[in-house]
Design a protein around this ligand. Structure first.
Ligand code: NDP
Length: 331
């Protein structure tokens, strides 16, 4: 069935937040296509989730060269959904992709931060998605074997070519973030955004990265705010057959230790007292810091997506709630 976007999608339910000191805003909740949108997944479910997200004001979709599986298939699928459903809405969308992890065979296919890898990967991504440009292009990881000048130089080249409107980095340390920002600035290109892992079960960025981003005026989009689904009630009564911990290697069952489950149960009780699901509270919690521009979630079903997007109905926290969460949230 052809898609007609909900005319009420900008009716004020989804807040938009400024990315650092840039002119760009992003939805408080953005959707990533790392899992559940690949060639092995149900094509129509992926399409339904993208449609619902857009209908609810989610204007930002995040991809990477190797999202799938198989590698490249999330971008290929996205290209088909984009052509059929979203082409008319191109200027309402912020589409991002990344290079840096392993992607194609041979010495240039990654993991790599070389100019050779980054420029070729961007071309491939644009082709798969059927786009002339992406809104944000990321260096997905630090490559200790490539000079940072080379990786940032390649990003700046894409920016000058108009193939990337903005540039980002992911999972860079605070120190390398400062260096990357300075190199890009010397090339006359701002660093727009950093994409780190951040959730109630991984608070590492509060120590060095968030203060650095705040100081530099660089935005922050927090990936895996649900800790890959652990910050929900699904694992409190065992591991469901269809859950990520059962399905693939990215969420190890050892993460579901008795200690972690106890913390999750306590956090679930706090969420219930707030009248929220734990997933909703986990999203609201990463957004409590103004330096965090957007919570970058994943979803496997439209029902999950709807539940998570309802986080925006209650983003405020009392000091007592935050203190109670602090007693259980940590690395
Ligand atoms: P989340 O922490 O949001 O986990 C998503 C998973 O949690 C879903 O697939 C589902 O898993 C479960 N879930 C989602 N919503 C609910 C809900 N309301 N109730 C219960 N369970 C729910 O994020 P991801 O780990 O998927 O990452 C999100 C995005 O971040 C990626 O798509 C990607 O764009 C980006 N990312 C970037 C990385 C980087 O290196 N830059 C690394 C990782 C992610 P289940 O199948 O168990 O139900």
């Amino acid at each position: 069935m052809s898609y007609i976007a909900d005319s009420a999608r900008y009716d004020g339910r989804m807040p938009y937040r400024r990315v650092g000191r840039s002119g760009l805003v992003l939805p408080a909740v953005s959707l990533g296509l790392w899992q559940n949108f690949g060639g092995v997944d149900v094509f129509e479910t992926g399409r339904a989730m993208l449609r619902r997200a857009f209908d609810r004001g989610v204007t930002h979709f995040d991809l990477a060269n190797n999202y799938g599986p198989p590698y490249g298939s999330a971008e290929e699928n996205f290209g088909r959904w984009f052509a059929s459903d979203f082409a008319a809405h191109r200027d309402e969308l912020v589409i991002s992709t990344k290079a840096g992890w392993d992607m194609w065979p041979g010495p240039y296919g990654g993991p790599s931060g070389s100019r050779k890898h980054v420029l070729a990967s961007c071309e491939q991504s644009l082709r798969r998605m059927g786009l002339d440009y992406v809104d944000i292009f990321y260096s997905h990881r630090v490559d200790a074997d490539t000079p940072l000048e080379e990786t940032m130089g390649a990003l700046a080249h894409l920016h000058r070519q108009g193939k990337a409107l903005y540039l980002g980095i992911s999972s860079y340390s605070p120190e390398l973030t400062r260096q990357a920002e300075a190199i890009l600035r010397s090339e006359g290109v701002p660093l727009l955004i950093h994409q780190p892992n951040y959730s109630m079960l991984n608070r590492d960025i509060e120590q060095g990265l968030l203060p650095a981003l705040g100081e530099l005026g660089v935005g922050c989009i927090a990936f895996s705010p649900l800790a890959q689904g652990m910050l929900s009630d699904k694992y409190l009564k065992g591991v469901p057959d269809d859950a990520r911990a059962r399905r693939d290697g990215s969420l190890k069952q050892r993460m579901l230790s008795a200690d972690n489950l106890e913390r999750i149960r306590a956090l679930n009780d706090i969420a219930a007292a707030r009248g929220q699901s734990l997933a909703q509270m986990a999203i609201a919690w990463v957004l409590r810091d103004a330096r965090v521009t957007s919570a970058l979630i994943g979803a496997r079903t439209v029902a999950q997506l709807d539940d998570s997007l309802d986080a925006v109905k209650r983003l405020d926290f009392s000091a007592e709630e935050l203190a109670a969460i602090d007693r259980h949230a940590g690395d």
